[in-house]
Design a protein around this ligand. Structure first.
Ligand code: AMP
Length: 230
């Protein structure tokens, strides 16, 4: 399967871009299954450090709980190191990174040193009131990080993760509280949204409407990559 730049879709280097709650994680799981490329989510990397009690995790905790950005000196190195573990010919999709123009520049330089670049930035657009509704209903599997919502009929979250063999524990993130959500949306509009111009100028940006069903959004995402849906 070839796509966007005419290269094999298994080697695609993508950025999934959008506000918290836009569905980046959900779409990433579908793309990973479809294209077999690695999902690198900066928030997941931080949560992994937090649950392992590392120094980096302890340093990030307060920023995360407030919904603020963890400083670039910590974040950029962590993500670039992770990308460095992926073979040059292999694809990946970044989720939650870059979140400001400084990070976008650092990513461009780091990939440039390897003779690589981002092939497409998929911008999933969702209005703020819908994001607030989604985040207050969001639950995550502690093991695989898959997002879930409350059951429409009962209003209850699932008890265990259906994807994990031993049924991973489901929990609500500390930063999905109303105060932290409000702050995360402010940070998104002030610090992260300007990254869109960075990629628009480079002709890499694809806008995707993110308020339809998961399947409809996925079809638009695949279309933006010039990949036919099922
Ligand atoms: P996320 O899971 O992407 O919503 O990220 C959770 C939290 O991790 C964010 O609210 C930030 O505190 C921190 N974080 C994740 N990615 C970044 C990033 N690229 N730059 C700075 N902080 C980040």
């Amino acid at each position: 399967m070839t796509t966007v730049s005419g290269q094999k879709s298994g080697g695609l280097k993508l950025v999934l871009f959008g506000p918290p709650g836009a569905g980046k994680g959900t779409q990433a799981q579908l793309l990973r299954d479809r294209l077999g490329i690695e999902h690198v989510a900066s928030g997941d990397l931080f949560r992994h450090h937090l649950s392992n009690g590392t120094e980096l995790g302890e340093m990030a905790r307060d920023y995360m709980n407030r919904g603020a950005l963890v400083p670039d000196e910590v974040t950029i190195g962590m993500v670039i190191d992770r990308i460095g573990q992926i073979g040059g010919g292999e694809g990946f999709m970044l989720d939650g990174f870059p979140r400001n123009t400084n990070q976008a520049q650092a990513l461009e330089s780091a990939l440039g040193e390897r003779g690589q670049g981002i092939d497409r930035v998929i911008h999933i657009q969702v209005a703020d009131d819908e994001l607030i509704r989604r985040l207050s209903n969001r639950y995550i599997c502690r093991a695989c990080q898959r997002p879930f919502t409350r059951d429409a009929a009962t209003g209850a979250p699932p008890e265990r993760c259906e994807d994990c063999p031993d049924g991973g524990d489901i929990y609500q993130r500390d930063d999905d509280t109303p105060e932290a959500v409000a702050n995360r949306l402010t940070v998104y509009h002030q610090e992260t949204a300007p990254v869109l111009d960075f990629y628009r100028e480079r002709g890499l940006l694809a806008d995707v409407a993110g308020e339809g069903s998961v399947e409809a959004v996925n079809a638009s995402v695949l279309q933006s990559l010039e990949i036919a849906g099922e």
